[in-house]
Design a protein. Structure first.
Length: 253
């Protein structure tokens, strides 16, 4: 089912955050924009701190944003291909829906390609890692208020009713808290971390967390696992295989 980040009537905690005149500002849109702004500010701060502000660093950042945006959309397009085709000429299903897991994968691949094209050998993942972590944490607040990306039914006291009378795991808050804690840890480690180490920690931490979280997320299963669990497995294999390959190259030298 495509995630339009819209909601039925009386769905969500606070889907409309505030209004400007006759225009309603959705919680999701507001917090996604805030996440982007804060993430960019953190990236700028770290780049300035490490004296990495340059035209090439800016191009790498653009690649990450473009690749992340495309990666966040492609899995949604694949899953909902038939729905998209049936909805034409309405393009709402095309521009709606996105996934963080796909965004991380797409952004990572785009940066690898652009760095190779620009012949940049220095690892820049330590600049991205804290920015991504705080961005996800803030963005998930928007998901919680909108009522998307929720969990399965629960009897625990922290269950939340998003509008259908069923208490569900507030998986958005679980993820926001986890990523906020990870952001604090990454910022603490930033001055002692080896090049690329923070990004390695971020990607492994997030995809392990996301794989486990999917067991309580309300998503369809394919052969026992959700699409996002398969993406998480693929990402973890890629990240760690790449790391092992790079370590072997260093030993050979």
């Amino acid at each position: 089912m495509i995630d339009f980040h819209t909601h039925p009537e009386n769905w969500g905690i606070k889907p409309v955050l505030f209004s400007i005149g006759s225009s309603d500002i959705s919680s999701y849109s507001f917090f996604v924009l805030l996440a982007l702004i804060i993430g960019l500010l953190v990236y700028y701060f770290l780049s300035a701190e490490q004296k990495e502000l340059s035209e090439k660093s800016f191009l790498v950042l653009l690649a990450a944003l473009f690749g992340g945006t495309l990666g966040a959309k492609i899995p949604i397009w694949v899953i909902n291909y038939q729905l998209i085709m049936d909805s034409l000429p309405d393009i709402t299903p095309i521009i709606s829906g996105r996934t963080i897991t796909g965004g991380l994968v797409g952004g990572t691949l785009a940066v690898i390609i652009v760095k190779k094209y620009l012949k940049i050998k220095k690892k820049k993942g330590n600049l991205f890692a804290p920015a991504i972590a705080i961005g996800i944490a803030i963005g998930r607040i928007g998901c919680f208020l909108m009522g998307c990306c929720y969990g399965i039914e629960t009897t625990l006291p922290l269950g939340v009713d998003f509008g259908d009378g069923i208490l569900r795991h507030p998986t958005q808050i679980y993820e926001a808290v986890f990523m906020l804690g990870l952001f604090v840890f990454l910022m603490y480690k930033r001055k002692t971390a080896k090049p690329g180490q923070l990004f390695f920690i971020l990607m492994n931490s997030y995809f392990v967390f996301r794989f486990l979280e999917e067991f309580i997320r309300d998503n369809p299963h394919y052969f026992g696992l959700t699409l996002f669990q398969y993406i998480s497995i693929g990402a973890l294999l890629f990240i760690n295989t790449k790391y092992i390959y790079e370590q072997k190259k260093l030993k050979i030298k």
